[in-house]
Design a binder for this molecule. Structure first.
Ligand SMILES: [Fe+2]
Ligand SMILES: [Fe+2]
Length: 236
């Protein structure tokens, strides 16, 4: 288990690239202050330090149960911060990398494995659709979900959220569609098993695709169930 008190900012970002986006959103320049711990970089702002640690803990432990419980206890705003950091990581690293690798495989080995062309096309479609999907979430759905906390505080009227359910359903439909595309890739790669007698060129793209499937499922679960569940519970 990592100790966030001891890790340097550069180490935090290397271990979890999406944490870099989170740090930046709080105005912490990890490039300039890379050799400092969180505490050194933040100074005496105890409140900011606690807040950042809470969000980073979720990013670092997101796969184990206690982290899921932590996420259940986080506010809508905190969950959205974490999701946006993840989106940025998808946009900057995950999608461009897997896109490049699947295109390379298709161009180099399509004679022996024509299905690689379909796999590359499917991933290109996923990338394109998800870029729009994430932007939609950030521009339309998330601001509305944030408003649901304000309804409870009496700072805004429920009437401002009339189209929230429609936006949630749209998000869920898009999740189903992307899942369908991911499943097609899974079937074409025979559960990400490399064909026999192939070069190591297949190893990394297949591992990346498998990892992507698991990570996306987790991301979708957080959005569909934890985030939306919290907002709907508030509006009951
Ligand atoms: Fe998302
Ligand atoms: Fe989503």
């Amino acid at each position: 288990m990592y100790n966030l008190n001891k890790l340097l900012l550069a180490e935090i970002v290397i271990l979890k690239p999406e944490a870099g986006v989170l740090l930046k959103s709080y105005g912490i320049d990890y490039t300039y202050k890379g050799n400092q711990t969180l505490e050194m970089a933040i100074g005496e702002n105890e409140e900011l330090l606690m807040q950042l640690k809470k969000e980073l803990e979720i990013i670092f432990n997101i796969t184990n149960k206690s982290a899921e419980e932590k996420l259940e206890n986080a506010s809508i705003l905190e969950i959205i911060n974490i999701i946006i950091a993840k989106h940025s990581h998808y946009n900057q690293v995950v999608y461009p990398t897997i896109f490049r690798h699947t295109q390379f495989l298709a161009s180099k080995f399509n004679t022996r494995f024509p299905e690689l062309i379909k796999i590359a096309d499917l991933f290109a479609e996923i990338k394109k659709e998800q870029e729009v999907h994430m932007l939609h979430e950030e521009m339309f759905l998330f601001p509305k979900l944030k408003l649901s906390e304000k309804v409870v505080d009496g700072k805004t009227d429920k009437a401002n959220l009339l189209d929230l359910i429609e936006a949630i359903n749209e998000m869920k439909t898009e999740h189903k569609n992307v899942n369908q595309l991911v499943n097609e890739i899974k079937a074409l790669t025979k559960n990400y098993h490399m064909p026999p007698d192939v070069s190591n060129n297949f190893l990394i793209p297949f591992m990346e695709l498998e990892e992507f499937e698991k990570d996306l499922a987790k991301h979708i679960y957080i959005e569909n169930n934890i985030l939306v569940g919290k907002a709907l519970a508030l509006l009951k």
